[in-house]
Design a protein around this ligand. Structure first.
Ligand code: IN0
Length: 388
């Protein structure tokens, strides 16, 4: 559906969309004039769109550090993703990446479109990195080192077991959580969060992406990318790609629901992590992607479309989530509504029905016990229309 069609169907998306558009325009005007910082912030806007606006709300020093952290990770990801680089070239780059960020003369051409520009002009990122305070630099270096090594390990290794799946997601996303917690702490605004909770924040986001992107990853040219663990999909089909064929629809949806049930295990840690945050801008920065992830999981559960095309939240809904996620009451409210809605979608014939329901019950109980469900206002209606 086009923008106009979507607006006719959901007229109350209009105001949040307009607000988002104005915020984007305002952010563009604020792009710093120094060439390296200008490059970094305009690149951030190109590669992450709405997320860039949320970064923009952070206090200046933390905002700069998060922007560089984000771009360094995107660059690392670009190297990992580029299937045209031979393994014996790729592995040493991944392993040494944490040293390259200190070297203004280092660059390696790979990737496509915006990512190619990021890689070709990487000296702007290292120049900006070298201007960050040492506490921020140390956090970014440490995480880049551990992530590069983890990615290198998985270049030649398949995601077989659920433990492998958790380990892979730890390297590419859990470590992002650990790094962000370090940056928040270095800014002086937050206590240092426990690693297990920071890890869960990343795992929940990454597992949602892996579930949503099944078709895109399996159809990747020249070679499929496979992140769904064999231990899960082998209960339903002989080959991961078989899930996309129409004759396997029933099995495919059961497998999908198994994957969603696995992702649900992280939600309580995420609630714990967010409830400990004190700074309102940091809170918003963390809570928005989490609610987007829940919305996406709600869309995906029991939905055969995951194997047929793109399942994504409407732009208007994204705008609403950005506008209306402001307090822990909003987060408990969204998690609660989402879990209740999922409960109604669980089919008693699904092989994991009991497990899924038990996990959802645990989440709704935590939300109820927070005592703030009656204080929330607007987001519940947002979540209600995600699934309808
Ligand atoms: C992120 C995360 C992110 C934000 C806030 C707190 C986090 C805590 C732990 C781990 C990750 C956290 O958020 C972004 C969100 C994003 O990029 N959204 C895209 C939408 C999309 O569909 O891709 C957008 O364009 O707005 C995220 O997904 N990741 C990420 C990367 C770097 C940083 Cl610093 C923060 C990627 C990932 C792999 C899930 C960690």
């Amino acid at each position: 559906m086009g923008t106009l069609g979507a607006l006719v169907k959901h007229p109350d998306d209009f105001y949040p969309l307009l607000k988002l558009k104005m915020a984007a325009r305002h952010a563009e005007k604020q792009i710093p004039s120094e060439p390296h910082w200008g490059f970094c912030f305009s690149m951030l806007h190109k590669v992450s769109r709405s997320f860039a606006l949320v970064i923009q709300q952070l206090d200046t020093k933390l905002r700069n550090a998060v922007c560089i952290f984000y771009l360094v990770l995107r660059a690392l990801d670009t190297v990992e993703d580029d299937t045209s680089i031979a393994t014996d070239v790729k592995v040493p780059i991944l392993i040494a990446f944490h040293r390259h960020i200190y070297d203004r003369s280092w660059h390696f051409s790979c990737g496509t479109k915006d990512y190619k520009v990021l890689m070709d002009q990487f000296h702007h990122v290292s120049t900006a990195f070298l201007e960050l305070e040492k506490g921020y630099q140390d956090a970014i270096e440490d995480i880049t080192k551990r992530m590069g090594a983890g990615m290198a390990k998985f270049i030649c290794k398949e995601v077989e077991t659920v433990d492998d799946y958790d380990e892979y997601c730890h390297y590419v996303a859990g470590l992002v959580g650990l790094g962000l917690s370090k940056l928040f702490h270095a800014s002086g605004a937050e206590d240092l969060a426990p690693d297990t909770l920071s890890n869960s924040m990343g795992l929940f986001l990454q597992k949602t992406n892996i579930i949503r992107d099944y078709l895109e990853d399996i159809n990747e040219i020249p070679k499929s990318r496979m992140f769904w663990p064999r231990q899960i999909w082998s209960k339903y089909v002989n080959k991961l790609e078989d899930l996309k064929y129409e004759e396997n629809s029933v099995k495919a949806v059961q497998c999908l629901n198994d994957m969603v049930t696995n992702a649900l295990t992280h939600m309580e840690d995420c609630l714990k992590y967010m409830s400990a945050l004190r700074d309102p801008a940091i809170f918003k920065f963390c809570a928005i992607p989490q609610i987007m992830a829940i919305g996406t999981l709600a869309l995906c559960y029991n939905n055969i479309e995951v194997f047929r095309g793109v399942v994504k939240m409407r732009r208007g809904l994204t705008a609403k989530v950005i506008d209306r996620t402001n307090s822990m009451a909003d987060v408990y409210g969204a998690f609660y509504d989402f879990s209740c809605m999922l409960k109604t979608k669980v089919d008693s014939k699904d092989p994991n029905a009991q497990k899924t329901l038990a996990r959802l019950d645990a989440i709704t109980k935590t939300c109820r016990e927070s005592g703030v469900l009656n204080k929330r206002t607007i987001l519940s209606s947002t979540i209600a229309c995600i699934v309808s």
